[in-house]
Design a protein around this ligand. Sequence first.
Ligand code: GDP
Length: 334
Amino acid sequence: MDPGRLCHNNMLEKDSRIYIAGHRGLVGSALLRRLEAEGFERPITRTHGELDLSRQAEVEGFFESERPDYVFLAAARVGGILANSTYPADFIRDNLRIQTNVIDAAYRGGVKKLLFLGSSCIYPRDCPQPMKEEHLLTGPLEPTNEPYAVAKIAGIKMCEAYNRQYGTRFVSVMPTNLYGPGDNFDLEHSHVLAALIRKFCDAKAAGAGSVTVWGTGSPRREFLHVDDMADACVFVMEHYEGDGILNIGTGKDMTIQELAGLIRDVVGFKGGIRFDPARPDGTPQKLLDVSRLASLGWKSRIPLREGIEATCTWYRDNVGAGPGGGVSMPREGS
Ligand code: GDP
């Protein structure tokens, strides 16, 4: 396997045909914001209603007519610990379909470069921390999200196999837990950071006495702002080549208890924090070793507190007061 290297021959041009699959999701929308802010003329996007990525013929037709040169594959069925364990079949089926259709159509359509978004949950449950890229497939996965992780691993291996057999240039990145504007704030299906922003904001508004946090509070997680993620995706698209997967994170983690305390502080909630150990903790620690990407020249910039403040503001402006309080099913997105 080609371990990967720095390259400078893939700079995105303002008129490049860039397709963002999943542009309404957390990462896809951040990528679109980023490219539009930099004056890219026409990132190509399709809503789910316009193009169902789980349907092969539709995807092939789209690639034939649009002929993208670069593809950010940020479309997926995603969700937190409960959504993953409640809908395991949907998670494995939809992700396998979407990524298989897009990767294969990208090859057939002669796409110059594709960036596939994996996830840090592809690493073994008991992976040595911080998790290095070479730990992939060295042990059993965390059971709460195994079907999702297996689909993502299949996507990574598909990119590698296409590179080897067909000479494509498809790269895979593994983001840590992401958060930011556009996140899913649904209490049952979201990830922890968005769920806690909602719980603390709503508890403050309602004058509640305490907020309940799932699990024991002891698991450790790492959190990356999605604008940093978008920046890293563009960096990797332009500057990295090879089969080796790349971790994207901050390199720092904290306990769920510490995270809850930080969000409580940012929101200004004065009540208490309770833990509900009847809810699953999931994997005990998820911290990425980001030295590989750092050695290529990229590191995260947005401090966690600042990112949480901005996300709280976004939540209050866009979700909190809206109809239904942002309740939604897990959706296609990052
Ligand atoms: P994971 O990183 O794949 O385990 O997914 P999550 O982001 O859903 O959960 C991370 C950790 O936060 C787990 O230990 C959860 O039990 C814990 N957690 C605490 N409160 C919440 C909550 O309200 N929602 C979610 N999704 N997780 C929570």
